[in-house]
Design a protein around this ligand. Structure first.
Ligand SMILES: [Zn+2]
Ligand SMILES: [Zn+2]
Length: 135
């Protein structure tokens, strides 16, 4: 039994499905992932067996490769949201976890490139939490 996951970008132009399982789930704190997400870390699922199918908006999918590195990003040309991409000559599917609409039950396997963390990205689980904007 293989799983099917649905995903989309923020504006809804690009929709996709992933069929198959993920093998790795990493939270990457490297400086490239920080820049490209604008956040503390990327949250990417990896699979060498799952298949990616674009349901709509494939013509709006753009890929950026950072020269002289292995870092790439796929994104929606309309809203800029991160999207799945194939890497390593099509052998590795990389899926930004936040792009999925389906629940993913896998827990992240690891934080990686933690030596690149900025000083504010520390003990974030100790920061106060609110269900909405604090009043
Ligand atoms: Zn979009
Ligand atoms: Zn990274």
């Amino acid at each position: 039994m293989s799983s099917t996951y649905a995903g989309s970008c923020l504006c809804g132009t690009v929709r996709f499905e992933i069929e198959g399982e993920f093998e790795r789930f990493y939270l990457c704190h490297c400086e490239y992932c920080r820049k490209d997400t604008g956040s503390a870390h990327a949250a990417n699922l990896f699979s060498s067996i799952a298949a990616l199918m674009w349901i709509s908006g494939e013509d709006k999918v753009r890929q950026f490769h950072l020269p002289a590195t292995r870092h790439s990003k796929c994104f929606c040309n309309v809203c800029g949201s991160a999207l799945p991409m194939m890497q390593m000559n099509g052998q590795l599917l990389v899926v930004p976890a936040g792009s999925l609409n389906s629940e993913v039950h896998a827990r992240p396997h690891a934080h990686i490139f933690v030596s690149s963390k900025p000083c504010w990205d520390d003990a974030l689980d100790k920061v106060p939490r609110f269900d909405r904007f604090p009043s």
